[in-house]
Design a protein around this ligand. Sequence first.
Ligand code: ZN
Length: 520
Amino acid sequence: MTARFAEVELRVDTSKLVPQDRQALAKLVAAAHVIDDIFMKQYWSGDRDLYAKLAKDTTPLGKARQRYFWINKGPWSALDDLRAFVPGVPDRKPLGANFYPEDMTKKEFEDWAKTLSKEQKEQAEGFFSVIRRQGGKLHSVPFSEEYGADLLKLAGLLREAAALTPNASLKKFLNLRADAFLSNDYYASDVAWMDLDAPLDITIGPYETYNDELFGYKASYEAYVNLRDDAESAKVQFFSDHLQEIENNLPVDPKFRNPKLGAQAPIRVVNQIIATGDGDHGVKTAAYNLPNDERVIQQKGSKRVMLKNVQEAKFKTILIPISKLVLPASAQADLSFDSFFTHILAHELTHGIGPHQITVGGRATTPRQELKDLYSALEEAKADVSGLFMLQYMFDHKLLPGGPEAERKLYTSFLASTFRTLRFGLHEAHGKGMALQFNYLKEKGAFLANSDGTFAVDFAKIKPAIRDLDHELLTIEATGDYAAGKAMLERLGKLTPELEGAIAKLKDIPTDIDPMQSTL
Ligand code: ZN
């Protein structure tokens, strides 16, 4: 089970930080470790005791259990539908984690919630409280009380870091976040996080609600301590500055183009120093979009943070070995993390262009509303293909250094990445959208199957094929044509025997990484 997670070392160069930020960093790393403690309390009531017990078992089995526990931050395996991998615990992770009494049913909660005042109900169903039972009756307890001692420690560390850093936006965020940990009101600090722009970057607090599988109400604590990647941030800015030009040239009927793009969600590229809590269990996060609080999103939008060195570690430990099995040896030299990552940036940016506000039969609507269940897969494919289109456009117009080598690297790295995505299956949007692209490009002769079971790119055919595919996808979105989208996905969004054979060869390649995090 642990072999599916390849150990990697995450390296970050902190030498350019000013001395005060280096001191602040040590405080933030200490704060991140406190987050692990809180997260384990949230995940399961027996989590910390079991971990302490496993740590005492020095047999090889005991050590393996301890390591796998730490990867999952609990006794249930994320890659195996959260089934238990040690004896003496519930067979599967409790749906409500430790946010609710373990014996509470959904109905009991709902019946109770109906009896509450509007304000009490908001707290009971809110992100930042747990539900406990006392004398048989349910009541809600704010995080600031439930995890009071840990949060006091956290607030102290954040304030110490705030006093050290010379960066005003970081100082402001850390002080407001420290207040939030104690007051249980996260709004002002979430707003300050949107404005955070500092060499030393941090995300810390209760955020995602996935561990509350009962209702999806309760937020788990996580921390990411990062360094901003200035070169990649400059690249994002350069791309953003050219986004309108790309929109004006998209391969779609000009009447569907948007002459004035609105403001785009900001993208930050960082390198992760340490991730803890909910940000470090099961499959490792490579990018995140936060916050989730609709009130903040209404006022400030949300921000996408991309963890470049995590993506690079996944590229080296997963994508390179995949490519050795599905690409010919002659193509290996063209695999490039830089091309791969630049395409991911282009993918994220092109989600923001193309049809978003459309008219169908005189009605103002959106592609999402018209394409319904098909939308996610088609939109993911559109972002991949439009991202390739955008980079090719920038090569052709001398906005990026192009030429045959740059093109070989871009399309070869893309071909290898299709297998990584397809490996996760077609049950979700990225996999289905990727099968559609692969099969379309194969039909057009842009991807070729070699007789030895490997695949290759036809570099003359791929450029027009990408244009044509982008034209089809953008037109389906622009016209909200559900029938056309369905026909396209039914025909192409599947695994051919040839693809299945290629994916079967990948079974021994690690699924994910297990970063060895240094604490400086
Ligand atoms: Zn996407």
